[in-house]
Design a protein around this ligand. Structure first.
Ligand code: ZN
Length: 366
């Protein structure tokens, strides 16, 4: 894993010369407590017996120097020899100040992990994606391995590498518009999500995969990126945007997924040899007509052939077109094979060489 240098990561600075005003979010109560320099005490992390004040975006977090030193290699290196304080550098309540370049929200999530880890146990509500992203980002930056590893573990409950976990990115945990693209009922989630996230968070997931060099996150992250509207894909999600190379990969991936989906749709619903598909069907003419109706419905076939969410499968189409049980079963089996095939090829749509997929492919051929 590549990490930024300590000097890049942290800037110890005097805030006295800064003329910035306190956050607009500050309440009167906050402002009452503000002393020089002009920062706002964080409501959640301002321990009266704290021994160091961290500043992020003019938010002040009074926490425990000993815990930072204990948990973080970077803070240990920086603080164990004493924080360099230029003459005249202000203190708050006799605590040294440390200006960080992180967002206040990221720092708050990170401190929750260090000081109140219960926030990262999804007992009832799923963990916000922003919290998971923050502990990966700052855990990596400040070399708190347990934070980075736990964040990546949580992230990989959504952006998975194994086929049996596939529904975590396709079955409704994200704010996609698949139900609008494909008529019929939307598949129901069978498991409670660990993380509360939106489709556009896949951009951040891809960035975190690059940051930490955990590349097996990329196929599913790119897959979800390919479901985004083109504006979001190009401009980013407000927090992160894809690098140029990954953006090109996703644009090519959109085409590859559409092409694969069109081919798979034709394979599933292509007319079978008379001796096979309709052999056991006792409603032959009706099922043949049902099949033909899919291809004669311009709107349906148009959306089916152009869609990119190939892992969603075709079950809703099969169930809504009135096939008999025999044909329903036969088509469902074909559709399952196509979803499996698409999953097996997922890295290749993005020109990725990811070992879990390769291992599965090789085991199948043995
Ligand atoms: Zn039939």
């Amino acid at each position: 894993m590549q990490r930024s240098s300590t000097s890049d990561a942290i800037v110890a600075t005097s805030l006295a010369a800064s003329g910035n005003t306190a956050s607009a979010e500050a309440t009167d109560s906050d402002r009452f407590h503000v002393q020089e320099p002009n920062v706002v005490h964080d409501d959640e992390f301002w321990y009266p017996d704290g021994s160091i004040v961290l500043i992020a975006e003019r938010r002040a977090f009074r926490v425990y120097r000993g815990i930072l030193v204990q948990e973080s290699v970077v803070f240990r290196d920086l603080l164990s020899s004493g924080l360099p304080q230029p003459e005249g550098t202000p203190e708050i309540d006799r605590c040294p100040l440390l200006q960080l370049e992180d967002s206040a929200e990221d720092l708050r999530h990170f401190l929750r992990f260090l000081l109140c880890r219960r926030h990262f146990v999804p007992l009832e509500d799923p963990i916000p994606f922003s919290a998971v992203a923050a502990i990966i980002r700052l855990g990596h930056k400040y070399q708190v391995d347990i934070a980075e590893k736990e964040g990546l573990r949580l992230l990989q409950t959504i952006f998975v590498t194994e086929f049996h976990d596939k529904p975590s990115i396709v079955d409704g945990h994200i704010d996609c518009d698949w139900a609008e693209m494909i008529p019929g009922p939307r598949p129901q989630s069978t498991s409670k999500p660990t993380i509360q996230y939106k489709q556009r968070d896949a951009i951040t997931a891809a960035k975190l995969a690059r940051l930490t060099d955990v590349l097996e996150i990329l196929p599913t992250a790119f897959y979800v990126c390919c479901q985004l509207d083109i504006g979001t894909l190009l401009q980013g999600n407000g927090t992160d945007s894809l690098g140029q190379s990954d953006l090109i990969t996703c644009l090519n991936g959109r085409d590859a997924l559409s092409c694969a989906n069109a081919e798979a749709t034709c394979r599933i619903f292509e007319p079978p040899p008379r001796s096979k598909w309709f052999h056991a069907c006792n409603r032959r003419e009706a099922c043949r007509a049902a099949r033909d109706s899919i291809f004669s419905d311009d709107d349906l076939i148009g959306s089916l052939l152009l869609r990119r969410n190939i892992l969603m499968g075709w079950q809703d189409i099969i169930e809504s077109n009135g096939f008999c049980d025999v044909c329903d079963s036969h088509l469902s089996e074909r559709a399952s094979e196509e979803v499996q095939r698409a999953w097996d090829h997922l890295p290749s749509y993005f020109s990725l060489d990811i070992s879990p997929w390769n291992l599965e492919a090789s085991s199948e051929t043995e």
